[in-house]
Design a protein around this ligand. Structure first.
Ligand SMILES: Nc1nc2c(ncn2[C@@H]2O[C@H](COP(=O)(O)OP(=O)(O)OP(=O)(O)O)[C@@H](O)[C@H]2O)c(=O)[nH]1
Length: 348
C-alpha cells in the first residue's frame, strides 16, 4: 500500500503530562528552541487563573512555533473539558492555512492523561490526528523526597481499620495515572539528587508500570527533540494497556486540590520576597506558586516559580507599554489549604 499523501496524513500529537512543577513547560521550551524544520503548534492547559506557561512559551518567539500557533486553555483541567475546549481548539489549529506538522499538548499538572488520549479514539478526531506519544515528566527530586508516596503511618492506621482499603493519597494517584499512560518517562531535575538516586527511582518506576517504557534522566528538560517527537505510539489504539485509577468512572473531579490567585504590592527586594514565599510554602504545604511580580524601579517583570519550597526567579521580559504592572501569583495546594492565612502572610 502506498503511504498516505502528506495532506491526508494524520497530524501527530505529543501529549506532555507530569505533576505540578515537574518541568513540562521547561521541556517544551527546549523543544521549541531546538527543533528544526517542523511547524509546531501548542495547546497549553493550566490549573489556576494566571496564564504563566503560555506566557513563557510565547516569549520564546521561535520561528517554528509562532504566537498564533499557541493556544491557552485555562478553563480547568483538559481531562474534564475535552469535548468543550480541547477538540474545538485542535480543530481550529488544523484549519490554519499553515497547518502544523506536529502538535504538542501540555496538560495541567493535575490532569489525568487518559481521558485526553481517549478523545483521539473518537472517529472524527482519529481520522485526522494520532497520539504520537505520551511523555510523562517526573520531578525526580520530589519523588526522592517522598512527595508522592503514601504517608506510611496513615497507611498503617488505615490497614489496622480495614484490610481492603486502597491508598488514598491524591498526589500519588495523579502521579501514577500519568506514569501509567506514558510512552516515555523523563526523570527531570536530575541535578538536584545523586546519580544513584536517579537510577533507583528509574528502576522503581520501571518495576511499577506494566509496560516496558523508556526512562530518560534530564536537567532542565534538555533532551533532543528527535527523541521526544516521532515516537509513533498511536496511543489511541492501545488504551487498554494504559490503566488508570479512574477506569470505569464516568466522571472524576479535582476536588482534592484548591487554587487561588493572590495580588501583591510591588516589591523592593526580590530576594526577601522569595525567601518569604518559601517560608509560607513550607508552613502551609503549598504545592505550587507561580506568577509575575513588579519590582520597584525595574522595567523588567520578575517571573517567580515555586515547586514546594524550592523557588526560582528570573526577569523574563520588560513590562509592555500600557501593560499594568500587576504582581499576581497563583497558589495551588491540597484541598483545605488555608487561603486566608496565606493571603495574610503575603500581605504582611
Ligand atoms: N533544578 C531544576 N529546576 C528545574 C528543572 N526543570 C525545571 N525546573 C524548574 O522547576 C520549576 C517548574 O518548571 P516548569 O517547567 O514550569 O514545570 P511545569 O511542569 O510546567 O509546571 P506546571 O505547569 O505548573 O505544572 C521552574 O522554576 C523551573 O525552572 C531541572 O531540571 N532542575
Amino acid at each position: 500500500m502506498n503511504p498516505p499523501t502528506p495532506s491526508l496524513a494524520k497530524v501527530p500529537v505529543t501529549i506532555v503530562t507530569g505533576f505540578l512543577g515537574a518541568g513540562k513547560t521547561t521541556l517544551i521550551r527546549h523543544v521549541l528552541e531546538t527543533v528544526r524544520g517542523r511547524r509546531l503548534a501548542l495547546i497549553v492547559n493550566e490549573f489556576g487563573d494566571v496564564g504563566v506557561d503560555g506566557e513563557i512559551l510565547k516569549a520564546c518567539g521561535v520561528e517554528s512555533c509562532p504566537e498564533e500557533n499557541i493556544v491557552e486553555l485555562a478553563n480547568g483541567c483538559l481531562c474534564c473539558t475535552v469535548a468543550d475546549d480541547f477538540v474545538p481548539a485542535i480543530e481550529a489549529l488544523l484549519a490554519h492555512p499553515n497547518r502544523p506538522d506536529h502538535i504538542i499538548v501540555e496538560t495541567s499538572g493535575l490532569a489525568l492523561p487518559k481521558p485526553l488520549v481517549k478523545a483521539f479514539d473518537w472517529p472524527p478526531v482519529r481520522a485526522r490526528l494520532t497520539v504520537d506519544g505520551v511523555i510523562a515528566v517526573v520531578d525526580a527530586a520530589a519523588v526522592s523526597d517522598g512527595r508522592f508516596a503514601d504517608d506510611p503511618e496513615a497507611v498503617q492506621a488505615q490497614r489496622a481499620a480495614d484490610e481492603a482499603v486502597d491508598h488514598d493519597n491524591p498526589l500519588e494517584e495523579v502521579y501514577e495515572d500519568q506514569l501509567l499512560c506514558a510512552d516515555l518517562i523523563i526523570l527531570n531535575k536530575a541535578d538536584l539528587i545523586a546519580t544513584d538516586e536517579v537510577g533507583r527511582i528509574g528502576a522503581e518506576i520501571g518495576a511499577a508500570i506494566p509496560r516496558a517504557v523508556k526512562i530518560v534522566a534530564t536537567r532542565d528538560g534538555k533532551i533532543d527533540a528527535a527523541v521526544l517527537l516521532g515516537l509513533g505510539a498511536a496511543a489511541e489504539d492501545d488504551l487498554a494497556a494504559r490503566p488508570s485509577h479512574h477506569d470505569g468512572e464516568a466522571d472524576h473531579d479535582h476536588d482534592d486540590f484548591d487554587s487561588f490567585v493572590v495580588e501583591l504590592a510591588e516589591t523592593v527586594d526580590p530576594s526577601a520576597l522569595v525567601s518569604r514565599l518559601a517560608d509560607i510554602a513550607a508552613a502551609h504545604d503549598v504545592l505550587r506558586m507561580k506568577g509575575f511580580v513588579a519590582v520597584a524601579g525595574k522595567p523588567m517583570r520578575l517571573l517567580v516559580q515555586g515547586v514546594g519550597t524550592r523557588f526560582r526567579r528570573d526577569f523574563d521580559r520588560a513590562w509592555a507599554t500600557g501593560e499594568a504592572r500587576r504582581s499576581r501569583l497563583v497558589v495551588i495546594g491540597r484541598k483545605g489549604i488555608d487561603r486566608a492565612a496565606i493571603e495574610a502572610a503575603l500581605a504582611a
